[in-house]
Design a protein around this ligand. Structure first.
Ligand SMILES: [Zn+2]
Length: 137
């Protein structure tokens, strides 16, 4: 992956992080102030910690995504980004552009999903016998 591509993906991640933080109640102004060095005026208002706690309890889906975003940004800065955690091959830029927090290449991801579908407790629509519906005809 080129440096330019990495920058595009990093911007995507930062943008998404901002969106999530805004959604949980931290305004862009507040986020900007948090990031600024002098945040003295800000003490009486909702802190980013509160916003995060709020996020954790109410929107675990978003919280998980935010976690993935932070992790990805860390990986970019550490030069470890875009490598599949399963097979250690590179993940394509096209895939990362759609899912910047992707941990696996498309092949491993498909494999993992297939395994999950094979779990015995998985109940697809087809497990309901059609006779049940015929009784009510
Ligand atoms: Zn892989």
């Amino acid at each position: 992956m080129t440096k330019k591509e990495l920058k595009i993906l990093r911007d995507l991640l930062l943008q998404r992080r901002q969106e999530i933080l805004e959604r949980v109640g931290a305004s862009s102004e507040e986020i900007g102030m948090l990031q600024a060095e002098n945040a003295a005026d800000w003490v009486d208002r909702v802190s980013l910690d509160d916003a995060m706690n709020n996020l954790m309890s109410k929107e675990s889906e978003l919280a998980r995504e935010l976690e993935g975003i932070m992790e990805s940004i860390k990986k970019i800065d550490g030069g470890e980004y875009g490598i599949c955690e399963q097979c250690y091959n590179g993940i394509s830029f096209e895939r990362l552009e759609v899912v910047p927090t992707a941990k696996y290449c498309i092949r491993c991801k498909n494999e993992i999903e297939k395994q999950q579908r094979r779990r015995p407790n998985y109940r697809g629509r087809s497990t309901i016998p059609t006779e049940i519906f015929e009784w009510y005809d």
